[in-house]
Write a new protein. Structure first.
Lengths: 114, 111
């Protein structure tokens, strides 16, 4: 039972390159989320998805693209990476949006943009 | 913008002591959750308190919620070195399930 996994765990890329961060969950949770964590800002929501083919912007969506063709996968793409996108990225999933549902987080991807 | 603001930003105590962290938020909520993050790891859910609840316990954790003051506190009793981590409060409003996180409290428990 893998739960929620992210790949790669570490990535170094250059400014202007396209990068895709993968997220996979084995629970068939409806909701999935992408956050970035930066010193001084805590965790900020980039995009989220309520179900396959349904996505919506979070607090900081600019420069990112998501898709959700299958319930279990929620890739995050940086179309043209910038240094300001250097961060730790966390994916999370949640069964439903019920009042007592909680999120389960992946281990994170540390991205460095040179 | 951050919904939750946590206080203190950093806390250092001796093993066996109690640790108290506070969280304030700005808008109405459905529930408030506390998460723990060990260094280099993802977040782990600790406890959830609904907006109509005032206090909740889970093992050595005690959470209070005061909706009139828009604040919550997390108490860890009889702390252990393994409790060393960052602790985040997060609020949920509406029915989207989106969490809005505070910036966290870094707790160090010295053996």
């Amino acid at each position: 039972d893998a739960g929620i996994t992210q790949s790669p765990r570490y990535k170094i890329t250059e400014t202007g390159r396209q990068v895709t961060l993968m997220c996979h969950q084995t629970w068939s949770h409806s909701y999935m989320f992408w956050y970035r964590q930066d010193l001084g800002h805590g965790l900020r929501l980039i995009y989220y998805s309520a179900a396959a083919d349904i996505t919506d912007k979070g607090e900081v969506p600019d420069g990112y693209v998501v898709s959700r063709s299958k319930t279990e996968n929620f890739p995050l793409t940086l179309e043209s990476a910038t240094r300001s996108q250097t961060s730790v990225y966390f994916c999370a999933s949640m069964r439903t949006s019920g009042l007592t549902d909680t999120q389960y987080f992946g281990p994170g991807t540390r991205l460095t943009v040179l | 913008s951050q919904q939750g603001e946590e206080d203190p930003q950093a806390l250092s105590i001796q093993e066996g002591e109690n640790a108290t962290m506070n969280c304030s938020y700005k808008t109405s909520i459905n529930n408030l959750q506390w998460y723990r993050q060990n260094s280099g790891r993802g977040l782990v859910h600790l406890i959830l308190i609904r907006s109509n609840e005032r206090e909740k316990h889970s093992g050595r954790l005690r959470v209070t919620l005061d909706t009139s003051k828009k604040s919550s506190s997390l108490l860890i009793t009889a702390s252990r070195a393994a409790d060393t981590a960052s602790y985040f409060c997060a609020t949920v409003g509406g029915n989207t399930g989106k969490l809005i996180f505070g910036q966290g409290t870094t707790l160090q428990v010295k053996p």
